[in-house]
Design a protein around this ligand. Structure first.
Ligand code: GDP
Ligand code: MG
Length: 340
């Protein structure tokens, strides 16, 4: 850790805050020493896990916490397959939160299911706080009880915050909150909010998290927002588009592998190539669609999103490839980056 630049920035922070408060602050010696106390010179950072059954709004919450789209969101459960990390750095306060968005916990027998369970166990070890997200539209179900069981086994020194989400569309939020609160794990705090609709409530939660951080150097550079590779991020956006368009036809059996990336040059756009993996030969024509209409729509939606987030013109070249039973194939999972 290099102390030099940090000390310089700290002095600037002090100068800025004193200046912005005007001359009355400077006139009182007491006020100046209080100012110094208010700017905590200590670096604080830590990990926060976001846990909960599929579709409760974990990725939405993460995106609102970060103010940018890092985790893919889909109306279908199980869109998030990796423990995506999002990073929030408050430079002035010298604090950094590293969020771990876990894949939805569910029971299953494939290699992919095993990978996801390991991801979750890893994600909740060694964190400062666990955010347990629940959907207030409904009372707890089997999957919520499963999460509760997992959380009961967590080191009791790790606080768990119960986040009652989707209050904007919940009929009986208080009753639902009580039921979730009774599932077993001890909750250090509870929040009722809408991750989609009420960013201010999410920012309040973020402030509370910032206050809890222990003294520790930053884990990531200040300007970094995610530790996903750019290819993984692009692949997830394309997969989100594919799942949105394919819906009923091919649930969960689609993977995306980015195979090419040529940066923009002159008046040429950024060219991205990706394969859409399907599990069975008979899935291929479904993913391609009549006259290629489906694959075009998948590409169009994904490209629009990518262009917005990357702020550049993109040519997206998609191909549908049959990878037989890829979810059962450890080698295929490694290729996709699902390895642990
Ligand atoms: P995850 O599987 O837990 O990561 O859930 P997602 O973040 O992907 O969200 C699943 C669905 O719930 C998406 O359609 C979101 O738009 C929706 N959603 C998430 N949060 C809220 C909320 O606060 N209110 C409403 N009405 N919908 C939400
Ligand atoms: Mg998610």
């Amino acid at each position: 850790m290099n102390d030099g630049p940090d000390d310089v920035r700290h002095e600037h922070d002090l100068l800025d805050s004193a200046a912005s408060r005007g001359s009355e602050t400077v006139a009182s010696p007491d006020a100046i020493s209080m100012d110094e106390a208010a700017v905590d010179p200590v670096m604080r950072s830590g990990f926060v896990a976001i846990l909960g059954k599929p579709n409760v709004g974990k990725s939405t919450l993460l995106n609102t916490l970060l103010g940018v789209k890092v985790a893919p969101i889909s109306p279908k459960p199980q869109t998030t397959r990796r423990g995506v990390r999002g990073i929030w750095t408050d430079r002035a306060a010298r604090r950094q939160l590293v969020f771990v968005d876990t894949p939805g916990l569910h029971r299953g027998r494939t290699e992919l299911d095993a990978f996801m369970t390991r991801e979750i166990r890893g994600a909740i070890a060694d964190v400062e706080v666990i955010l347990w997200v629940v959907d207030l539209r409904r009372p707890p179900g089997d999957e919520d009880r499963e999460v509760a069981r997992l959380l009961t086994g967590v080191d009791p020194s790790t606080p768990i915050f119960l986040i009652g989400n989707k209050v904007d569309v919940a009929k009986y939020p208080d009753e639902a909150m009580d039921l979730y609160g009774d599932l077993g794990p001890t909750m250090a705090r509870t929040y009722v909010l809408s991750a989609l609709d009420d960013p201010e409530a999410v920012y309040d939660l973020r402030d509370d998290l910032l206050d809890l951080l222990p003294e520790a150097p930053f884990f990531f550079p200040e300007n970094v927002r995610s530790d996903q590779s750019r290819e993984a991020w692009v692949a997830e956006l394309i997969r989100e588009s594919a799942m949105g368009h394919l819906r009923q036809e091919l649930p969960y059996s689609v993977a995306v592998h980015v195979t090419g990336w040529q940066d923009a040059e002159g008046d040429q756009p950024l060219v991205l190539q990706a394969d859409i993996w399907v599990e069975k030969p008979q899935h291929r024509p479904i993913a391609i669609g009549h006259g290629g209409r489906m694959i075009k729509e998948i590409g169009r939606t994904a490209r629009k999103q990518l262009e917005v987030f990357m702020s550049e013109r993109i040519f997206l070249d998609l191909e549908v490839v049959v990878r037989r039973d890829w979810r059962m194939d450890p080698e295929a999972l490694r290729e996709l980056g699902y390895a642990n």
